[in-house]
Design a protein around this ligand. Structure first.
Ligand code: TRP
Length: 328
């Protein structure tokens, strides 16, 4: 039997190149060798969202990008966290075996408490418990995540282990599977590409929008004049050539180093590469977006399949914790 993969991502609306290279691509590839469950974690989003007006739309746009990129509802279970409410029950039960001290020392909790001092809510403390519930509800063994999620995964393993010790073997200890793609920098070259930095290119952008944005990208700062030789190894734009112009990247590096091409030429090549590479995805996205109710049907089916697994695990947990009579 194939091992089970679970991963979740917060509903951030239209996905950008960083999401694609860092996460989505990897999700797509894993579908071949694992039994995959991918979830949009809307309840987790509530720990930091103060305005939820866009939540439904963000979920919809994100799922369109996932589907267009190749996540396949025939191969994987794709669903929205709150559509399978069993996760909230399991979260409460797991909270009883999770020492508060473990949660208070999680780095992301401390960071978020610093970032939103006016809103250090109870849910924020329990964030990793809910994430553990996500994973163990499906008895997932493999969890593809970025490096920033490793402390959460460590905690998930500790909670699973503690439950197993207290109530008997129930959950596998989930292993993180780091995405192999290096961090994608934003167009400003200063931080990682991210929604909050306004330094991103959406997958769904038009070719024209893409070209315009690429032209704003910061390149090797040491290259001031067209005749200055460039340093592709430190250039933000070049790192994207490796992916979007794979076959030509070495040649582009040589041309950059010798000032054979300038940054404007180089960016034109990059925009071309991105537009070519994403053409099929964009076309598929447009055709899926034109089918009324397609996304909601995928999500309803995903929730149904996820819930069937969730209900079984939850019954087992309740029996083991003494909330139900033991199984016959
Ligand atoms: N915490 C993850 C993030 O911020 C999202 C997430 C929620 C998740 N539940 C999960 C990731 C379960 C992997 C498995 O990116």
């Amino acid at each position: 039997m194939k091992k089970r993969v679970f991963s979740g991502a917060r509903p951030t609306g239209r996905q950008h190149l960083g999401n694609y290279l860092g996460a989505i691509q990897n999700y797509v590839a894993l579908q071949e060798d694992y039994d995959c469950i991918y979830c949009i974690v809307d309840i987790h989003a509530l720990t930091t969202l103060e305005n939820t007006d866009r939540l439904q739309q963000d979920i919809h746009e994100m799922m369109l990008d996932w589907l267009a990129a190749g996540l396949d509802p025939k191969k994987s279970i794709l669903f929205v966290q709150s559509h399978v409410p069993e996760v909230m029950e399991l979260h409460t039960l797991l909270s009883m075996v999770t020492p508060l001290s473990w949660l208070l020392r999680v780095p992301t909790f401390k960071e978020k408490a610093r970032m939103q001092p006016h809103n250090v809510n109870y849910g924020l403390v329990g964030y990793p418990v809910l994430m553990t519930a996500d994973i163990v509800l499906y008895k997932a063994e493999v969890v593809p995540v970025g490096e920033d999620q490793l402390p959460h995964l460590e905690l998930a393993r500790e909670i699973a282990r503690r439950f197993n010790t207290l109530y008997g073997p129930t959950f596998p200890e989930p292993q993180a599977k780091l995405t192999s793609f290096p961090m994608v920098l934003g167009l400003n070259g200063a931080q990682k590409m991210g929604k909050s930095y306004d330094n991103y290119i959406e997958l769904a952008a038009t070719p024209e929008e893409t070209s315009k944005l690429v032209m704003t990208a910061v390149t090797d700062p040491a290259r001031q004049y067209r005749s200055d030789p460039g340093h592709p190894e430190v250039c933000n734009v070049f790192s994207l050539h490796r992916f979007f112009n794979t076959g030509r990247a070495d040649e582009i590096a040589v041309e950059c180093r010798s000032a054979g091409i300038g940054c404007v030429d180089c960016k034109k090549l990059l925009a071309e590469g991105i537009n070519l590479r994403l053409a099929a995805l964009r076309e598929k996205r447009a055709s899926l977006a034109a089918k009324p109710k397609y996304v909601s049907k995928v999500l309803a089916d995903g929730a149904k399949r996820a819930q069937a697994i969730a209900k079984k695990t939850l019954t087992e947990v309740k029996e083991k914790m003494g909330l139900l009579p033991p199984a016959a």
